[in-house]
Structure formats: structure tokens, C-alpha cells
Design a protein around this ligand. Structure first.
Ligand code: SF4
Length: 276
């Protein structure tokens, strides 16, 4: 099976959601927060892609133009009634401009992208003939691999997903013939639109996972993918939550209706760690 890291993660978040998204391929309504993250990434990519050759950052106003264009085009696809509070167009625009201005002043000057080191897609072989794909944002000339993240709350490094770190280290080894010196998450904290503070978190650095951790992750991913195939074969996608409470899920309406038709079965979570 060829799977992306987000596809595997979505199964272990909620198998039913995986079914709606990847088996039934129900269209996902566009969300303002996703558009915001995409627009921020597009602006940073525009800067670092050209910096491979020029070795210079673009003027911040050029990044802001890219950001504003991507944001307004993306938000046209979002239902108007959901563009309120923390998803208000002006709020998102101001927040993105603030993040980009700070990043370009405080962090970008010290970051030189390695050749071929911007928006790196990868496809990695796994035991059992499976493959896993993904993407990281930037490899710098100090061989630090960066991933830009937007998050509602400050990122908690203790909860970092080891699988993602291992995949990035493998991808680097495959693309550049060496492991990174470190992995870095650059996190833009959006706050919750209420009392939560908007902030650019200090870079979060991780060491490269050990060979033992890498082999554990490879085996776990193989088993996880095989579990997905087994569930798919039996068409037995369970719900991980009571759908009435899943206010954040794009499929809540359809899931709740199906759940009621099925006689409201008890949710059953698939734990990621039980396969280890
Ligand atoms: S509404 Fe909840 S249970 Fe249903 S698919 Fe979404 S996350 Fe899963």
C-alpha cells in the first residue's frame, strides 16, 4: 500500500473519518484555518525557493502579497457563516502579516536553504513492500531540517510524534545522502481567538532519532498499514468518538446521520500503540 503519513494518522485518529475521506472520498469542506496555514506556507516557500539561487530574502512586502492573494482566493471557498471570530478574514490577514513580518526580521536572515532543500516531497520504502510519502518544508545549509507549523496552542515537545521525526530523518538521508544534524519545528501559535496568546514560538529542536527508534518506527508503520488494509478488507471502520460530540470534524453531519441509522453503536478507538 502507498500511503501518506497524514493518511495513516487519520485512520488512528478515527477509522470512520478515514473511511469518509479516503475510501468514500467525500469532499472535505474547506476550513479557514487550513487556508491560513496554506497561505503562510506559500509565502515562506516563495522566499526560500528563490533564496537557493539569490542567497537573499525577498522584501517582506512581496511575501505579504503572496500571503494575501493565497488567503483571499482560499477563503472564497469557505462558507461565509464560518468566517467569524478567530476565522474572521481581517483577523486572519492581520495575524499572517504579523507572523511573516516577525519571521522575516528575526529568523529568515539566518536561514540559507540547501540546494533542492525547499518543499521536499519524499516517498520511502517500508518493510512488507509498502511505501510512505510526505513533505517537509526546508533543509538549511547547516543540515537542520525545518517544518513550519501553525497551531492553536503552543506546541508541546513532549508530545512530538516520533514517527514524523523518523520519516523526516529518512527522507533527508535519501535525498541528500546524509542524516540531518537536527530537526526543527518552527511553530506559529494562532491562539484561540479569545484569551489564548498569538505568538511565534521559539524554534523547537529535536535530535535525530537513534537507529533503534528508526527500526521500531519502520516495523510499527508496516503493522499499522497492514491493520488499515485488514479493516478496509472487512469494511469495518469503527467510530472513535460519539459523533454528536465531534464538533471539529468536517464529517460530523453525515456521521451523526449514519450513526443514528445504525442504532447508535458504541464508539471503539483503535490505539496506535497496541501494534508495537
Ligand atoms: S464525527 Fe467523530 S466519529 Fe464521526 S467521523 Fe468524525 S471524528 Fe469520527
Amino acid at each position: 500500500m502507498k500511503a501518506s503519513f497524514s493518511k495513516v494518522s487519520s485512520f488512528y485518529f478515527c477509522p470512520k473519518k478515514y473511511e469518509y475521506r479516503y475510501v468514500m472520498e467525500l469532499p472535505v469542506p474547506t476550513k479557514a484555518e487550513l487556508v491560513f496555514g496554506t497561505a503562510l506556507h506559500a509565502a515562506l516557500e516563495a522566499n526560500f525557493a528563490q533564496k537557493i539561487e539569490t542567497r537573499r530574502d525577498l522584501p517582506v512586502e512581496e511575501l505579504l502579497e503572496v500571503f494575501r492573494k493565497e488567503l483571499s482566493e482560499g477563503l472564497e471557498k469557505v462558507p461565509e457563516e464560518s468566517l467569524r471570530g478567530p476565522s474572521d478574514v481581517h483577523y486572519l490577514r492581520g495575524m499572517g502579516e504579523h507572523f511573516l513580518s516577525r519571521f522575516m526580521a528575526e529568523r529568515a536572515p539566518a536561514l540559507q536553504p540547501a540546494p533542492r532543500g525547499v518543499e521536499c516531497f519524499f516517498l520511502l520504502p517500508l518493510p512488507g513492500g509498502h511505501e510512505i510519502s510526505g513533505k517537509f518544508d526546508l533543509m538549511d545549509t547547516d543540515w537542520v531540517l525545518h517544518d513550519f507549523k501553525t497551531s492553536n496552542k503552543p506546541y508541546d515537545r513532549r508530545r512530538a510524534d516520533k514517527t514524523q521525526l523518523v520519516l523526516y530523518a529518512w527522507a533527508c538521508e535519501r535525498m541528500f545522502g546524509r542524516f540531518p544534524t537536527a530537526l526543527c519545528f518552527d511553530v506559529f501559535v494562532k491562539g484561540d481567538g479569545g484569551e489564548g496568546a498569538m505568538d511565534m514560538q521559539e524554534p523547537i529542536l529535536f535530535p535525530v532519532p537513534s537507529p533503534g527508534e528508526m527500526s521500531q518506527v519502520a516495523q510499527r508503520l508496516q503493522r499499522q498499514i497492514e491493520k488499515i488494509l485488514e479493516v478496509q478488507e472487512k469494511n469495518a471502520f469503527t467510530r472513535a468518538f460519539v459523533p454528536l460530540r465531534c464538533k471539529w470534524c468536517e464529517y460530523q453531519t453525515v456521521c451523526t446521520a449514519d450513526w443514528e441509522k445504525e442504532g447508535k453503536p458504541e464508539p471503539a478507538r483503535v490505539r496506535m500503540d497496541y501494534l508495537v
